[in-house]
Ligand binder design. Structure first.
Ligand code: FAD
Ligand code: DHB
Length: 392
């Protein structure tokens, strides 16, 4: 089997890359370890930056998102029993859209299959070869039959636990990492969202986040110990803790309902540089991770895919590798700005186990500054809706 670009991983980065390449007439094959049903139902991210929304609309993927996505023109920050609105639209002219990652993946898969593009689901034993030469290839098994895919380039879009990053020889990459002393316990509940906008809450007992997926489904997160086990959290304990952390002077609280999904996600910041080795290009969570506060991971994965697609298309259309050679440099400028923002939101809103009274008061002062200063609020807002691509 032969293609121009072998793409490992059918997440947002891999599928968006395949979509953009296909539109420009570049062939690719996507290899995914999981089943289609698994990929289309795995609960992950939910907030799309304006630039991501624009890209979906501009490339023919926006129909269902425009119908079912929820446009949010503001978010709320809560602390000391009060909530303060940050008016994203007034401060930046832009908004964000709440649309579940797995819904976007369904749209991407459907669009790819409609034009006859290939996605090989349940590909096992995926392994990459020859990345430092001129004839890279990928071996894998499908239904127990070993296969080989020859290609010009390999795109490693296989997420944090994938095989692409670790296939690069030791010493070729440098990792910059921070692991946080907490995790997020996330739930989906069959309950109508009790208000229209997200609430990021800093509480003495730890962070909590109110979000949503649809007019009938609420998404909630609460900070917990990274070593904690989900089986320690009964539904009753989760609701007790959430209601405590969201308690406000005006009596607002999330609506309760049956919990349909719950899981614990550890939090880290990671950047691996450079994002390329020979004929292998890494994109998305395969090469960087942000802590989820601020909702940047999926947007960053899609931003990488856009830059990589441009570089590859340029190479196949003109023969020049000028843009492809600058892939890492172009992406890393955005990635580090987004890392800074995600780290800052995380640091401001979570309870650090070793925090001193000084640290706690500094957090409160920062939140009060945001609530009272238009300049401070605008800085948060412009990062939250997404930095413009032309800046970078
Ligand atoms: P992934 O989505 O991880 O996709 C990688 C794919 O590769 C997977 O389908 C995997 O099965 C496949 N794969 C792995 N190994 C192999 C292999 N060996 N062979 C073949 N295939 C392989 N981001 C936001 O922007 N907004 C949010 O609101 C947000 N909230 C989040 C909330 C939570 C609780 C979590 C956990 C994450 C959140 N994120 C958010 C982050 C976002 O989900 C990720 O950044 C995003 O999924 C990254 O996309 P990706 O394509 O790089 O990787
Ligand atoms: C969601 C996730 C986030 O990380 C965030 O900052 C906001 C919303 C969500 O899953 O809805």
């Amino acid at each position: 089997m032969r293609t121009q670009v072998a793409i490992i991983g059918a997440g947002p980065a891999g599928l968006m890359l395949a979509h953009l390449l296909q539109r420009a007439g570049v062939e690719s094959v996507v290899l995914e370890i999981r089943s289609r049903a698994y990929v289309e139902s795995r609960v992950r991210a939910g907030v799309l930056e304006q630039g991501t929304v624009d890209l979906l609309n501009d490339t023919g993927l926006g129909d269902r998102m425009r119908r079912e996505g929820l446009v949010h023109e503001g978010i709320e920050l809560g602390f000391e029993g009060k909530r303060h609105r940050i008016d994203l639209k007034a401060l930046t002219g832009h908004a964000v859209t709440v649309y579940a990652q797995h819904e976007l993946l369904k749209d991407l898969i459907e669009a790819r299959l409609r034009v006859g593009g290939e996605i090989i689901f349940e590909a096992t034993d995926v392994s990459i070869h020859g990345i430092d030469g001129n004839s890279p290839s990928v071996t894998f098994s499908k239904n127990g039959v070993a296969q080989e895919l020859h290609c010009d380039y390999i795109a490693g879009c296989d997420g944090f636990h994938g095989i692409c990053r670790t296939s690069i020889p030791d010493g070729a990459l440098t990792a910059f990492e921070r692991v946080y002393p907490f995790a997020w316990l996330g739930i989906l509940a069959d309950a109508a969202p009790s208000q229209g906008e997200l609430v990021y809450m800093n509480h003495d007992r730890g962070f909590a986040l109110f979000s949503m997926r649809s007019p009938t489904v609420t998404r909630l997160y609460l900070q917990c110990d990274p070593a904690d086990d989900i089986t320690n959290w009964t539904d009753e304990r989760i609701w007790d803790e959430l209601l405590l952390r969201f308690r406000c002077d005006n009596g607002w609280k999330p609506n309760m309902g049956p919990i349909t999904q719950k899981s614990i996600t550890p939090m880290r910041s990671l950047v691996t540089e450079p994002m390329q080795y020979g004929k292998l290009f890494l994109a998305g969570d395969a090469v960087h991770i942000v802590p989820p506060t601020g909702a940047k991971g999926m947007n960053l994965a899609i931003a990488d895919a856009r830059v990589l697609a441009q570089g590859l298309v340029d190479k196949f259309q003109t023969g020049s590798t000028g843009l492809l050679d600058r892939y890492s440099e172009i992406c890393l400028r955005r990635i580090w700005r987004v890392q800074r923002f995600s780290w800052w939101m995380t640091s401001m809103l979570h309870r650090f186990p070793d925090a001193s009274p000084f640290d706690r008061r500094r957090q409160m002062a920062e939140l009060e500054y945001l609530a009272g200063s238009e300049a401070a609020a605008r800085s948060l807002a412009e990062n939250y809706v997404g930095l413009p691509l032309e800046l970078l």
